[in-house]
Design a protein around this ligand. Structure first.
Ligand code: DGY
Length: 324
C-alpha cells in the first residue's frame, strides 16, 4: 500500500508533468473520452485525497452533496473555474485552486491571431485556396480591414486583458479602451495608454474590435446579447477567448448573417465541444477549438502550477492559487 496521497486526474496531461505527478502521488488517470458524471465525482470525493479536473469537467452542487469527503483539494488545470460550483465546494470543506499567470501570454497571442484572422479574412482565404477556387491576385479580392491604428475595446482588464492591450498598443498602434468592474490602477493603464470606460455600452459604441476577457459563469451569462450587438459599429469585430456563455450565440449568428457586425473570432463556445452548426454558415466567423493556452510550454507550465498548489497543500502551506 502506498503512503502517497491518492490523486484522480480526469484526463491525460503533458508527459513531463505526468512524470512528476506519478513520482509524488498515487495517481489514477481517467479516460477523458468518458466524461465523469456528478455521481462519479461524488464517489471520487469519498475515495481520493485530491481531484485534478480541467476546464471541461463540470462539477456541480450535486457532486459536492456528501458528508466527510476524503478529498480536501480540487486542483483545476486551467485559470477559469466557472465549471466548478465553488460555493458548494466551500460548504463541503474542499479547497479549489486554479492556474493563473502562466497562460496569459499565449491566450493573448491567440486573441491577436483571431483579431487578425477575422479582420484579414484569413479563414475565408484558406478555405478558398484549399478548395481550388483561387483565381489569382486581384485588386478587389477578399478585401479585409486594417487593424493598425484602430480602437480595441477590452472587457475584463485582468492579466490576459492587459497582455492583449500590450500587443495591440505596441504591435499595432491601437487605441485601447477597457471596461472592468473595479477601477484599474493608473500605473497599469499608463503602460498602454489605456482608458477605462464606465460601461460596456460605451465600450461597444467606441470600439472597432471588442475582445472579451471576463470570467464565465452565471454572472456574465449573455453579457453580449442582441441589444449589445446593436450598439456595435457595423464594421466592428467581436473576439471571444473567455467563455462561450458570455455571448448569446443565436443573437451573434443573426448579427453575423445580417452583417450587423463585420465579423467574429471565437475560440470558446456555449456547451462546447457541441457547437451551434449555424456558425458554419457564417463566412465572417473565424472558429477555433479552444486553443487559447494550447502551446507545449504553457500546458506544461499549467500542469506544474497545479503540482505547486498540491505540494503546498500537502505540506500544510496555503496554495498560491486558492480560489475557494
Ligand atoms: C482556462 O485555463 O481557463 C483556459 O480556457 C484554457 O485554455
Amino acid at each position: 500500500m502506498s503512503n502517497k496521497p491518492k490523486v484522480l486526474v480526469t484526463c491525460r496531461w503533458p508527459s513531463a508533468v505526468e512524470k512528476r505527478l506519478v513520482e509524488n502521488y498515487d495517481v489514477t488517470m481517467c479516460d477523458a473520452r468518458v466524461p465523469i458524471s456528478q455521481s462519479g465525482f461524488r464517489e471520487a470525493f469519498s475515495r481520493f485525497d485530491a481531484i485534478l479536473p480541467t476546464v471541461t469537467d463540470k462539477i456541480t452542487d450535486e457532486a459536492f452533496q456528501l458528508s466527510n469527503p476524503t478529498t480536501k483539494i480540487v486542483g483545476n488545470f486551467g485559470v477559469g473555474y466557472s465549471h466548478i460550483n465553488t460555493d458548494a465546494a466551500k460548504a463541503a470543506n474542499i479547497m479549489v485552486t486554479n492556474t493563473p499567470d502562466v497562460l496569459s501570454d499565449c491566450t493573448a497571442d491567440l486573441t491577436l491571431t483571431l483579431m487578425l484572422m477575422a479582420a484579414r479574412r484569413a479563414g475565408e482565404g484558406e478555405r478558398e485556396l484549399r478548395q481550388g477556387q483561387w483565381r489569382g491576385w486581384q485588386p478587389t479580392h477578399l478585401l479585409g480591414t486594417r487593424m493598425t491604428g484602430k480602437t480595441l475595446g477590452i472587457i475584463g482588464f485582468g492579466r490576459i486583458g492587459q497582455e492583449v492591450a500590450k500587443r495591440a498598443h505596441y504591435g499595432f498602434g491601437m487605441k485601447v479602451v477597457f471596461y472592468n468592474r473595479s477601477a484599474i490602477n493608473p500605473e497599469i493603464t499608463i503602460k498602454t495608454n489605456a482608458m477605462q470606460v464606465s460601461s460596456v455600452d460605451e465600450l461597444l459604441k467606441r470600439s472597432d474590435f471588442v475582445s472579451l476577457h471576463c470570467p464565465g459563469g452565471d454572472g456574465n451569462k449573455h453579457m453580449i446579447g442582441r441589444e449589445q450587438l446593436e450598439l456595435m459599429k457595423n464594421d466592428a469585430f467581436l473576439i471571444n477567448t473567455a467563455r462561450g456563455e458570455v455571448i448569446d450565440e443565436p443573437a451573434l449568428v443573426d448579427a453575423l448573417k445580417s452583417n450587423k457586425i463585420a465579423g467574429a473570432g471565437l475560440d470558446v463556445f456555449d456547451g462546447e465541444p457541441n457547437i451551434s452548426k449555424e456558425f458554419f454558415d457564417c463566412e465572417n466567423a473565424v472558429l477555433l477549438p479552444h486553443l487559447g493556452s494550447a502551446t507545449r510550454e504553457t500546458r506544461e507550465a499549467m500542469g506544474f502550477r497545479v503540482l505547486d498548489n498540491l505540494s503546498d497543500f500537502f505540506a500544510g502551506r496555503e496554495p498560491k492559487d486558492r480560489v475557494a
